[in-house]
Design a binder for this molecule. Structure first.
Ligand SMILES: Nc1nc2c(ncn2[C@@H]2O[C@H](COP(=O)(O)OP(=O)(O)O)[C@@H](O)[C@H]2O)c(=O)[nH]1
Ligand SMILES: [Mg+2]
Length: 333
């Protein structure tokens, strides 16, 4: 097992695939692998790419990766796709897959798609673990594509150093397409499909929303804080127009990501974000472990019986929880 980790650290791609598979499968072996890997991590920049289905996230990840690989000193780029319709997961149109294959020949690029089954929390943890492996293997930029629906957007913001929210014209009413919650997580907006009618309208509604939320923030006295970027005072999320299909604007997007990274570094915020990220990781693991231990000790059956009693109104949830938890400590003695 140690030699597997060594091979992976030395750049062996097959070893990398195997480590990732084992880590994804969870369990004691995964944990001991991660323990060996962890000291070699902390050198990557995770970029989350989120937005509604069809906005062009996969296409953007594709052209962004190629732009990174064209740099004079190209970083190794890891791609993690959580979107089941992503061409990275094999679920897209033929044209997209052909483009993916071009990239698959590049040894500086590693693509992994994650299964969406299981709990959202479990998926977030698995994604974070895979990112750790890629980090240790020297992938200094990791692009994570997520389905832009619901909780996943927030989860990715917890995990990423830089979050890009992708918008596109023609997704119906602009204001509706730009959900309020998204403003809080976006470090950068990419308005993709700039070859289409209505781009400027989309950009303008974004600017308006950003302006309004900035006004609101200063109205409440926190003048320094602007919208987006979680707690990054002084960073106003830039809006970058792209045509991902042709690669237009993608270099500017890359430069904007790097500028955000430099900004976080300079303001001492990269460290702070990292600490926040790790706080989430640790809490995630603890929550999962507590739940697992609880069921191991109390048993599914006792839990289900208690649900039946709840249903019959024989007992209330708080008393039930107390009883189950007490039973747990009795059994563990
Ligand atoms: N016109 C136009 N179409 C695009 C652009 N980028 C992506 N697309 C197309 O939009 C569709 C959805 O793209 P995809 O990357 O799968 O979106 P995702 O669901 O957000 O990952 C595909 O047919 C792409 O070829 C663009 O810049 N302009
Ligand atoms: Mg996609």
């Amino acid at each position: 097992m140690t030699s597997l980790v060594q091979a992976m650290l030395a750049g062996d791609r097959r070893a990398l695939s195997r480590v990732i598979t084992r880590v994804e499968n969870d369990g004691p072996e995964a944990r001991s692998l991660l323990a060996k890997i962890y000291p070699h991590t902390g050198n990557t920049h995770v970029v989350g790419i989120t937005g509604a289905p069809g906005t062009g996230k996969s296409t953007l990840v594709n052209s962004l990766t190629q732009a990174y690989r064209r740099l004079e000193a190209p970083p190794k780029v890891g791609i993690i796709a959580i979107d089941p319709t992503s061409p990275f997961s094999g679920g897209a149109l033929l044209g997209d897959r052909v483009r993916m294959q071009e990239m698959a020949g590049d040894r500086g690029v590693f693509i992994r798609s994650m299964a969406t089954r299981g709990s959202l929390g479990g998926l977030a943890r698995a994604t974070a673990d895979v990112a750790l492996v890629l980090d240790a293997a020297g992938f200094s930029r990791i692009l994570v594509e997520t389905v832009g629906v619901g909780q996943a957007e927030v989860d990715i913001a917890d995990m990423a150093h830089t979050t890009i929210v992708v918008e596109a014209p023609g997704l119906g009413d602009e204001i509706q397409a730009i959900k309020a919650g998204v403003l809080e997580i976006a470090d950068i907006f990419a308005v993709n499909k700039a070859d289409r009618d209505g781009v400027n309208k989309t950009v303008m509604s974004l600017e308006m929303m950003l302006g309004t939320s900035m006004l609101l923030v200063s109205h409440h006295g926190k003048v320094m804080k602007v919208a987006g970027a979680g707690d990054a005072p002084g960073w106003k999320p830039p809006i970058v127009k792209t045509i991902a299909l042709r690669g237009d604007g993608v270099e500017e997007l890359l430069q904007t990501i790097e500028r955000h990274r430099a900004y976080l570094l300079q303001a001492g915020m990269l460290q702070q974000r990292e600490a926040e990220r790790l706080r989430h990781v640790l809490l995630n693991v603890i929550e999962d472990d507590l739940r697992q231990r609880f069921f191991q000790r109390v048993g599914e059956q006792a839990f289900r019986k208690m649900v039946v009693r709840l249903l019959a109104r024989e007992i209330d949830p708080y008393t039930a929880a107390e009883m189950l938890l007490q039973g747990e400590s009795r059994n563990s003695r």
